[in-house]
Design a protein around this ligand. Structure first.
Ligand code: SAM
Length: 383
């Protein structure tokens, strides 16, 4: 019975891959699927810190077709080991793979397949599931349910909001195009979460305040911020972005955003006395000390490893510092991308510089008498 099930599912997975290719032209640009080992590695960080983090919890994966999503597969496999109470995954009607995998409902056939509603899967028991092809076995268990959604599975719908409210932790890679909305949707319900996003999101006005107030932080992360996702989309990518052999697309600057605690946040960053360090003095190009901002009461620290241990004022550090941020060691004060930042000490007018508006939206350093606007910097202070 088990072998027959597995064979059927494997055949359907192969058929699905072919259908994905033909449906790809119609797909939206949100179809990038997270790899199993990236999820496994990230989750390990939370388990190392708190082995019972998922015990008795209901997890919702709200952008996750159970047959495609490795989030669903990972938590279904680990259901008993983690002591989960319930796992729910829902898929979205807009997904080019939704409903194309298996005939799961008795009234479905080849003709009406594409018009079917997306579904929701609820797992309360993973008895007997030992590998990724056992999704059908999960469903054979009376305690698990696969049901059609009434609507289109949009996370903003009341139907999915109810599931959000029922869940303790929401874990997924949400649609890239709706990141802001998705985060607001999590925050309004005051949920624990772990989601994938782009590092650039840190500077968004809806996102940075959460980081500043320690209501959200970065997770363990991908290797050097490079993440690889599989995609059913067949389109032109710049060289080196898509690997046709693996079917994986490379994204740079990817990170995990979460409000689940993990160990790295509590490791102190090693600091050094810069004045006595010749290697870093070279980076300062013979200057006596760090550049000082013209419009912020802060010094410019060009690399995280150059944060001095002997400076008590405000330091403007690269956004990537947040990867190493320990809230017991530093306080986050602001970000230089804000017009209304309380740490801004100067506002330029057109009489000062014709590009005053641009300069006012950035941190500015005066180089050889001319204003140089800098990349976004996080303003921090030692605790
Ligand atoms: C970046 S993909 C990630 C898929 C899956 N979570 C994973 O990590 O493999 C985002 C998914 O969200 C789905 N999606 C797009 N808009 C959505 C919406 N409004 N509500 C729910 N899901 C949506 C897309 O169809 C897509 O499958």
């Amino acid at each position: 019975m088990r072998l027959k099930c597995q064979k059927k599912i494997y055949t359907n997975f192969k058929a699905m891959a072919n259908r994905n290719l033909s449906s790809a032209k119609n797909a939206r640009n949100d179809e990038f699927y997270t790899q199993f080992h990236d999820i496994e590695k990230e989750i390990a960080a939370y388990l190392e810190y708190s082995p019972d983090v998922f015990r008795g919890k209901t997890i919702l994966c709200p952008c996750d077709d159970p047959y495609e999503s490795n989030f669903f597969k990972y938590f279904a496999l680990k259901f008993n080991e983690f002591g989960l109470k319930k796992l729910i995954a829902t898929c979205y009607a807009g997904s080019p793979i939704a409903n194309r995998e298996l005939s799961l409902f008795p009234d479905e056939n080849e003709e009406n397949k594409t018009t079917r509603n997306p579904h929701k899967i609820e797992i309360t028991d993973n008895d007997g599931v030992r590998n990724l092809y056992d999704v059908e076995l999960l469903l054979a268990n009376d305690r698990n349910h696969l049901t059609r959604l009434k609507g289109d599975g949009d996370f903003r719908s009341n139907e999915i909001k109810k599931l959000r409210d029922e869940a303790d932790i929401i874990i997924t890679n949400p649609p890239f195009s709706l990141f802001r909305e998705f985060l607001a949707w999590l925050v309004e319900a005051n949920k624990q979460f772990l989601i994938i996003g782009n590092m650039n999101a840190i500077t968004y006005k809806e996102v940075f305040p959460l980081i500043k107030e320690n209501k959200m932080w970065l997770g363990r992360g991908f290797n050097a911020g490079n993440a690889f996702f599989s995609t059913p989309l067949v389109k032109e990518y710049a060289e080196g972005v898509y690997n046709p052999d693996t079917g994986l697309v490379k994204f740079r600057n990817c990170c995990w955003f979460t409000n689940l605690d993990h160990g790295r946040r509590h490791q102190p960053l090693q600091l050094m006395s810069i004045k006595n360090n010749l290697r870093y003095n070279k980076k300062l190009k013979g200057k006596e000390f760090y550049d000082r901002y013209d419009n912020y009461d802060a010094i410019e620290v060009p690399f995280t490893e150059m944060i001095p241990n002997d400076y008590d004022g405000i330091m403007a550090v690269p956004v990537s510092f947040l990867d190493k941020y320990n809230p017991d060691q530093f306080e986050i004060l602001g970000i230089t991308q804000r017009n209304d930042d309380p740490y801004k000490i100067k506002k330029y007018t057109k009489a000062d510089y014709p590009n005053a508006n641009d300069l006012n939206a950035r941190g500015v350093i005066i180089v050889e008498g001319k204003p140089k606007s800098m990349y976004a910097r996080v303003l921090i202070k030692k605790k």
